[in-house]
Design a protein around this ligand. Structure first.
Ligand SMILES: *[C@@H]1O[C@H](CO)[C@@H](O)[C@H](O)[C@H]1NC(C)=O
Ligand SMILES: *[C@@H]1O[C@H](CO)[C@@H](O)[C@H](O)[C@H]1NC(C)=O
Ligand SMILES: *[C@@H]1O[C@H](CO)[C@@H](O)[C@H](O)[C@H]1NC(C)=O
Ligand SMILES: *[C@@H]1O[C@H](CO)[C@@H](O)[C@H](O)[C@H]1NC(C)=O
Ligand SMILES: *[C@@H]1O[C@H](CO)[C@@H](O)[C@H](O)[C@H]1NC(C)=O
Ligand SMILES: *[C@@H]1O[C@H](CO)[C@@H](O)[C@H](O)[C@H]1NC(C)=O
Length: 526
């Protein structure tokens, strides 16, 4: 202003001489930016008069209300909707006024907020297709350029109005927000609210009811569950096998029911099962479930697994032989096993053992050899599963095969480093001490009540693993029903409810019933 003082004075003089208001040029109002603006933006209004260098006062009037004397240029830093309206100005000098400028309308819109839509849902499953869409709308904005941000990152995540994850991965989970900016302009929407995308995995969990160890003819149900509230699942059942090239295969079983029920287990139901669930719409496959083995022991399997040394528990670093013996000695049998550590394995894969004829030899045992071993034919028949436990130092010597009621049972506690003497140890059944400080435990007449988990413990040497000792009844020795029909089961059920009050009668009737229905009576070969 000070710089302009000299010309100002000169002009003042000349204007005083002219004296006519009408001669003054009319000011014009300019607005910057020219487009409509959003609340929060800044707007600059200028009152321009074609007479530079002359000292004018400027008067502004908005919406024909009060006139205010202000600078030629006024900036509203953060506009409100109420700042919009019709503006005009005029200038004054020494009591003389110019005409008003043409009015200029300033339009202020509420700043739009971007909106996110997420389809099909913000909670999705891995592998699904998820679309994030950003929308914003404001009158007078012809086009928007969108920007997406993901929480935890400063860089733009995407510039597409619709960002599609196909297929969505767990790493895509997070919080997202977007905004729109005017194409070729300066207006910008508010950020959208953040949306949280969660991506989860569904697992199929396989369990068995009532138990995985069965006797031929027992009913069993495999239950496949999915941790999802949705119920539109189709379950696929598989049985796992390893083929001659040692690759693992899942063979589809024909069952589309929720749980796979076997009303009467046959020997060939022995095996390892998995399941998985499938949803048609939207398409989704769960991961394959945990493996669930099922063991069916028969009264008279055509082949027996003979273990040498003949006991359930074995020390580490010893040699163990497992032979499949059948009457015909056909030699077509192979030993397979299922262990916690390695799953399903074939002895002839020679990683852990070596198969020669029908005999599998483990040259040096390790604790992870603990598992279930059985005989299998090339065509997939599986017989005589047995438990084998491998342990350091202290083991329980117990029979591999079920003990018959009335027979005697001898248990010993063996210590690896004393070959001659058995340990003086305590013997436990189902966790309770039954005999202490003895070298062996003898039950002279075994009854069904002796069935249970046994182990032995020496105060210094340590304790053995637990082994299950099963007792088979002498009366129903191999009175196995090879095949129940549904009607037989329901008749049995009816009978049992009718006779529940009379246990002895019930047992008698059921036994008679079973024995009458059985297909073949084959005494136990052992
Ligand atoms: C000023 O306004 C009057 C009447 O409103 C008009 O006659 C005159 O021409 C205007 N002068 C200029 C310079 O526009
Ligand atoms: C299902 O279970 C898996 C593994 O336990 C877990 O990661 C996932 O979040 C669960 N999904 C749901 C929907 O609960
Ligand atoms: C079999 O599945 C149904 C649901 O489909 C369930 O109600 C039932 O308890 C299952 N059976 C067993 C033995 O768990
Ligand atoms: C078991 O064997 C019988 C015939 O002996 C056969 O019908 C059935 O399909 C077999 N089951 C399995 C699970 O292999
Ligand atoms: C193997 O051990 C389990 C317990 O771990 C037991 O339930 C099952 O009856 C045993 N099987 C045989 C054949 O002894
Ligand atoms: C067996 O243990 C009990 C206490 O648990 C003890 O009283 C008893 O003397 C022990 N018997 C022998 C033979 O050590």
């Amino acid at each position: 202003m000070e710089l302009n003082q000299l010309p100002l004075v000169l002009l003042l003089i000349s204007n005083i001489h002219s004296g006519h208001t009408e001669d003054f040029p009319k000011p014009t109002v300019t607005v910057e930016p020219q487009s409509s603006v959003f609340t929060g933006d800044s707007v600059t209004l200028r009152c321009e008069l074609d007479q530079t260098g002359v000292s004018w006062e400027f008067l502004w009037i908005k919406d024909s209300k009060t006139e205010l004397t202000e600078a030629a240029s006024k900036t509203i830093d953060s506009v409100k909707v109420s700042d919009g309206g019709e503006y005009k100005c005029r200038a004054r000098r020494e009591g003389h006024y110019t005409n008003y400028s043409e009015p200029v309308t300033v339009t202020i819109y509420e700043r739009p907020k971007a909106k996110v839509t997420i389809k099909p849902d913000q909670h999705v499953l891995r592998g699904e297709t998820v679309t994030l869409r950003c929308d914003t709308y404001s009158e007078g904005v012809p086009g928007w350029q969108y920007s997406w941000y993901k929480e935890g990152s400063v860089s733009v995540f995407s510039e597409l109005q619709e960002h599609i994850f196909s297929p969505v991965a767990e790493s895509d989970a997070g919080k997202y927000f977007c905004y729109g900016a005017e194409r070729g302009g300066s207006r910008r929407s508010q950020n959208s609210d953040a949306v949280t995308l969660t991506v989860s995995e569904l697992r199929a969990v396989l369990s068995v009811s009532p138990q995985k160890w069965l006797t031929e003819g027992d009913p069993v149900t495999l239950i496949c569950e999915v941790n999802s509230s949705s119920t539109d699942w189709t379950l696929t059942w598989y049985t796992v096998t390893i083929s001659s090239d040692y690759s693992i295969h899942h063979y589809k079983l024909l069952s589309d029911s929720r749980n796979y029920t076997v009303s009467s287990a046959a020997l060939n139901h022995t095996g390892v099962y998995v399941c998985r669930a499938e949803r048609i719409k939207p398409a989704y496959y769960t991961t394959i479930s945990n493996t669930q083995p099922l063991w069916v022991t028969g009264c008279s399997p055509p082949v027996s697994l003979v273990i040498n040394p003949s006991r359930t528990q074995h020390f580490t670093s010893v040699s163990l032989s497992l032979s499949c013996e059948d009457q015909s000695n056909s030699g077509k049998w192979r030993v397979r096993r299922y262990t916690e550590s390695w799953g399903l394995q074939d002895c002839s894969s020679s990683v852990w053992g070596s198969q020669s004829g029908s005999t599998c030899t483990i040259s040096s045992t390790i604790t992870s050899d603990t598992g279930v071993y059985w005989c299998q034919s090339e065509s997939g028949e599986k017989y005589h599963p047995v438990n084998i436990t491998v342990h350091f130092f202290v083991i329980l010597e117990s029979p591999v095969h079920p003990v018959t009621e009335g027979d005697s049972l001898t248990l010993r506690c063996l210590y690896k480093h004393s070959t001659t003497q058995n340990l003086r140890a305590n013997f436990y059944k189902d966790g309770s001490l039954i005999q202490n400080q003895t070298t062996e435990m003898i039950i002279s007449t075994v009854s069904k009540s002796h069935e249970g988990f046994y182990y032995c413990k020496h105060p210094e040497r340590g304790e053995s693993p637990k082994s299950w000792i099963s007792v088979k009844g002498v009366s129903n020795k191999c009175c196995c029903i090879s095949s129940h029909s549904e009607s037989q089961i329901s008749v049995l059920r009816t009978l049992s409810s009718v006779l529940a009050v009379c246990p002895y009668l019930l047992v008698t009737v059921v036994l008679i019933f079973k024995c009458c229905r059985m297909r073949g009576f084959t005494p136990d070969s052992r």
